[in-house]
Ligand binder design. Structure first.
Ligand code: TRP
Length: 411
């Protein structure tokens, strides 16, 4: 009996570990909560050890550049995408002239997206352009309806609004399929069949261990991970891949890793390729590196729809400063770029490595004052958002419809 209980119908006896970084230490990371008590924010090296993923090191960066023939994206060079699982196998495939597909997603939780939400999408667009591969974007409106007090109808609407925000990042319609769970799953039996294959492989005990579900959680939450997992298998999308088995690379924020550790474990048992992963750290909130941006607290975030005036005011008023209390003291001691939010944002949004290096030197020496650094951040972020808003204005319902249509993609 005891043995039967620990086995799943697809033959697994393996125990999946608790994957959240929660052992009474300073940092907490799981798919729903990210916080750190440490002054310098989350310790990402520790997270790598805890999650058992791999660090993206110089050697891998070189290999990446060699295989793609392109300079690595700033988000990669600067270690913002800092960790991975099996990225080498994707590079090997590309080198051998074989295809893979990209998969990323978003839980549409609010009407308006902030710049932190954009980081994985900006990077995914670059990957799509670099590798010329199909991309699938999953909008988990079901997840949000299950986890929050949001009506099904409203969750769907948020998914459509968010889809427009995502499309405006610049994805190629010939290579990108976007879907929201609440509408798509009923249209695609093969997707549902893969969900059930996954469901057969994972026990309640295992999801409890991975996600911390308890007796009081609604049953939808317990099956939800199979929906996020099914998207990592090409056979879920016969209209794109014609039932071929195509490997998958998932760019995501590191808090999504628990879903994909589960997926990788299940893939092995279903004899499907394990998805590879590339993980990003979080864009910190304006208030400081201990927190990530949160859409529910507007003063922590710069929204994609913010006007130049709002961007300026938010950075001037809220961006945590690593500078000293007085100008004299600042000139003497210099500022701290490890905690300064305007500087952190520049590491995400300023492409020019030399300029960034100079800013760091000048701020740390005290030559550059906090107000001046804030101005550089404002002047860097504002045009990026203005360009984005111009593209966003062109995303009509018809444009959106194209991305949502079940169709073949260029492979
Ligand atoms: N669960 C994710 C969220 O809440 C959404 C998501 C679904 C996702 N599939 C993904 C994110 C794949 C990254 C990669 O935002």
């Amino acid at each position: 009996m005891a043995e039967a209980a620990s086995r799943t119908p697809c033959g697994a006896g393996e125990q999946l570990n608790n994957l959240s970084l929660n052992d009474g230490e300073d940092d907490f990371v799981d798919p729903w909560t990210v916080s750190s008590k440490s002054e310098t924010g989350i310790d990402y090296d520790k997270l790598i050890r805890k999650f058992g993923s791999q660090k993206i090191d110089e050697e891998l960066l070189h290999r990446f550049e060699k295989v793609t023939g392109k300079k690595a994206h700033p988000l990669l060079r600067r270690g913002i995408f800092f960790s991975h699982r099996d990225l080498q196998s994707i590079l090997n495939l590309h080198e051998a002239g074989k295809k893979f597909y990209l998969y990323t997603g978003r839980g549409p939780s609010s009407e308006s997206m902030h710049i932190g939400h954009m980081i994985p999408f900006m990077f995914t667009k670059w990957l799509q352009d670099t590798f010329q591969v199909p991309l699938i974007i999953q909008l988990t409106d079901d997840e949000k309806a299950l986890w929050r007090d949001i009506k099904i109808e409203d969750a769907r609407q948020m998914a459509f609004n968010n889809a427009k925000d995502i499309i405006a990042v610049g994805f190629d319609p010939k290579r990108t399929f976007i879907f929201n769970d609440l509408d798509f799953i009923g249209k695609c039996p093969e997707f549902y069949q893969n969900m059930v294959r996954v469901q057969k492989c994972v026990t309640f005990n295992q999801v409890k261990g991975i996600f911390g579900f308890g007796d009081g959680d609604v049953i939808g939450k317990i099956t939800f991970p199979s929906i996020e997992a099914a998207t990592a298998f090409s056979t879920s999308f016969p209209f794109i891949f014609e039932n071929k088995i195509v490997p998958c690379l998932i760019p995501c924020a590191v808090d999504q890793d628990p879903y994909f550790r589960m997926t990788r474990d299940v893939a092995a048992r279903l004899k499907l390729p394990k998805p590879s992963l590339i993980h990003s750290s979080f864009l910190p909130a304006l208030q400081g590196v201990q927190h990530k941006m949160s859409a529910s607290d507007p003063n922590t975030s710069i929204f994609l729809s913010d006007t130049p005036k709002q961007i300026k005011n938010k950075i001037n008023k809220y961006a945590f400063s690593g500078g000293q209390a007085t100008i004299e003291e600042h000139r003497q001691k210099g500022g701290n770029t490890d905690v300064d939010i305007s500087y952190k944002y520049l590491t995400f949004f300023l492409d020019d490595d030399e300029k960034l290096e100079q800013i760091k030197k000048d701020y740390e020496s005290g030559a550059l004052l906090t107000g001046e650094l804030k101005k550089i951040a404002i002047d860097t972020i504002t045009p990026i958002l203005q360009d984005y808003q111009t593209r966003r204005a062109k995303v009509t319902d018809d444009v959106m419809q194209e991305f949502f249509t079940l169709r073949k993609l260029e492979i």
